[in-house]
Design a protein around this ligand. Structure first.
Ligand SMILES: C[S@@+](CC[C@H](N)C(=O)[O-])C[C@H]1O[C@@H](n2cnc3c(N)ncnc32)[C@H](O)[C@@H]1O
Length: 278
């Protein structure tokens, strides 16, 4: 989606920020994303907000889908390179194929800890766990802004082996972390917990490709929006100097294939993967 569209969407989603309990009469960002992806885990209130946003920001749905496709491409590639455990923070509602399904299609014993701050995600993902794989899958209701809690959670410890490389997925979530919550420190805490060879996967909204759209959206929207678009340089800093794997930090549609049209001004998202060195 264009950055202006994303900004509008994020602002409207921000008005429906999830309470700590689940309400079916208030919109939930995770359920709205599910609606856009074509899932079934939404209520009329979510659909109404999702359609309102689409009317204002028509490229939103394509952007969400492109981002999801990047996530799955990255997971498959890492699994092929031998990473068989993932920490997926800001995972959203289950939507097949999920991270564990893609990873297990390559590495049948792959393990995934899913984390989201929206309680609806855990509620729905229980079914995912009960469908037969609690040994390999955990779902936490936790906040990325408190990474130590995620790392110390018994479910995380049960599923992930901290002595082996982990794929840390922060896909379309860090742009919901305000700068005063120090996203770099969040990433550092997470990556310090895992050994060399671990990988960091990030996609992140940006205004780089559509500054005019952002100007348009900034005014009344941006002041209250919880969405924080960052420049390519700022997003690159989130990788903490770890080497980016080819092709580097690129428009989301172009990872890892730079011959694909970028449609960058449409989607307004950067994506990249880094590997923790020895
Ligand atoms: C755009 S969706 C991305 C879902 C998934 N990563 C993907 O790319 O398909 C963002 C998700 O991040 C979650 N989220 C937002 N802020 C968060 C935070 N501080 N901690 C954990 N999850 C958060 C939202 O609830 C939502 O499910």
């Amino acid at each position: 989606m264009s950055t202006a569209d994303f900004d509008r969407a994020a602002h409207l989603l921000g008005e429906g920020v999830p309470p700590s309990r689940i309400h079916t009469d208030q919109p939930s960002p995770a359920r709205i994303y599910d609606y856009w992806l074509g899932g079934k885990n939404y209520y009329p209130v979510d659909r109404d907000v999702a359609e309102t946003i689409l009317a204002m920001a028509p490229t939103t749905r394509a952007g969400i889908k492109e981002n999801r496709a990047f996530l799955l491409r990255a997971v498959e590639r890492l699994a092929r390179q031998g990473i068989d455990q993932f920490l997926d923070i800001g995972c959203g509602l289950p939507f097949s194929p999920n991270v564990h399904e893609v990873a297990q299609s390559v590495a049948p014993n792959a393990r995934v800890t899913y984390v989201d701050s929206d309680p609806i995600v855990r509620a729905h993902a229980q079914a995912l766990m009960q469908s037969g794989d609690p040994e390999h899958i955990a779902v936490l209701h936790a906040d990325a802004r408190r990474p130590q809690e995620i790392l110390e959670a018994p479910d995380t410890r049960r599923v992930l082996d901290f002595d082996r490389p982990v794929g840390v997925l922060l896909v379309a979530v860090l742009h919901f972390i305000q700068s005063h919550d120090d996203p770099r420190q969040i990433v550092r805490t997470l990556m310090n917990a895992f050994p060399a060879g671990s990988c960091l996967v990030i996609s992140h909204g940006t205004a780089d490709f559509n500054p005019a759209g952002v100007l348009e959206a900034t005014g009344s929207y941006h002041a209250t929006s919880s969405y924080v678009p960052r420049t390519g340089a700022e997003i690159e800093e989130l990788f903490l100097g770890m080497p980016l794997v080819e092709p580097g930090l690129v428009p989301v549609a172009q990872w890892p294939d730079m011959t694909v049209p970028s449609r960058a001004e449409q989607f307004g998202l950067y994506a990249g993967v880094a590997r923790k060195p020895e």
